[in-house]
Design a protein around this ligand. Structure first.
Ligand code: NAP
Length: 287
């Protein structure tokens, strides 16, 4: 029976520490502030954005929301981003995805200055992560690395199999795990014999978006299982990409959904906003 990695508690502890840091910054006259841009009307995005605004409120980070019409042009979106880049009161800029398909999200991400890129999605942030420079690390991979740290899981020499190669989860995870000396394999929808990869993995990280996709027969005894997936069933319940009830009997560590990776993602976003505020005010300038 696996140890359940309690992302909810770790996230709470992280937010408490960040609140102290935020209070200290305010005593120095620095007010960390996040700008969130949402384009169109997406119900899942609204939930994510609400959770982010609540976390900001709890920590004392100021928060400003820009809700743009579905039919906005790319130029208008990029102009807003450029204005926020220049706005000295804003420390972090977050563009909530997805955005309507007629807008090129990569162009929009590119427009965000890396100094305010608290999601770690700009080419500069990704490049810096790849060459091992200090940068904003994409929040979900960063949260996962913090969970490994908290549970004293050393990745050195471990075979880590990541399922999913998205720009926001799978790809930055490759760099994060490599920098901890893991041997990393990345699988995706074209991978042949996926189970052959997962069965030999010391660590499986599932970021697919398919409910209960990773089953007990796909993992080895004692494997460490990280479930990034968030899938809402017809009954409204959330499930991960891992068949938690059965896989937990075989794994040594496992993250639940909800209460695992999700809360840590938001906590690391808050961490990145505080980092941005410090660096823009020369409190801890590492850039
Ligand atoms: P995504 O962009 O849709 O990527 C999904 C990945 O899964 C793709 O690389 C895809 O392969 C791969 N895949 C799909 N079907 C597969 C199959 N049958 N076998 C092997 N690989 C398969 O998704 P994402 O944005 O990375 O998100 C993944 C999941 O994590 C979603 O449920 C999302 O809601 C969740 N998520 C959670 C958090 C959190 O905070 N907990 C944060 C971000 C995302 P191809 O590249 O070949 O298409």
């Amino acid at each position: 029976m696996a140890i359940i990695i309690d992302g909810k508690s770790l996230a709470k502890k992280t937010r408490e520490n960040l609140k102290k840091e935020c209070d200290e910054l305010k005593l120095k006259g620095i007010k960390p502030k996040l700008a969130v841009i949402m384009v169109g009307d997406n119900s899942a995005s609204k939930v994510y954005v609400r959770n982010k605004s609540r976390a900001c409120e709890e920590i004392g980070i100021e928060y400003e929301e820009y809700l743009l019409e579905e039919n906005i042009t790319e130029e208008e979106l990029i102009n807003l981003i450029k204005n926020l880049n220049e706005n000295k009161n804003i420390n972090g800029i977050l563009l909530q995805s997805p955005i309507p398909q007629n807008l090129d999200i990569n162009q929009a991400f590119k427009a965000i200055t890396y100094k305010k890129d608290v999601d770690g999605f700009t080419p500069t942030s990704i490049g810096k992560l790849t060459i091992g420079e200090d940068t904003f690390v994409s929040c979900t991979p960063y949260g996962i690395m913090k969970m490994f740290e908290e549970y004293k899981i050393d990745l050195t020499g471990k075979n880590v199999v990541i399922i999913g190669r998205s720009n926001i989860v799978g790809k930055p995870l490759i760099q994060c795990c490599l920098s901890e000396n893991a041997t990393v394999t990345v699988c995706h929808s074209r991978t042949k014999d996926l189970s052959e990869h997962t069965k030999r993995a010391d660590v499986v990280i599932a970021a697919i978006g398919k409910s209960k996709f990773v089953t007990e027969d796909m993992v080895k005894e004692g494997a460490i299982i990280i479930d990034v997936g968030i899938n809402r069933g017809e009954d409204g319940k959330l499930t991960g990409d891992v068949d938690f009830e059965n896989v937990k009997e075989k794994a040594s560590f496992i993250t639940p959904v909800p209460g695992g990776v999700g809360p840590m993602t938001i906590a690391m976003l808050m961490n990145n906003v505080i980092k941005a505020a410090k660096e823009q005010n020369n409190q801890d300038s590492k850039f």
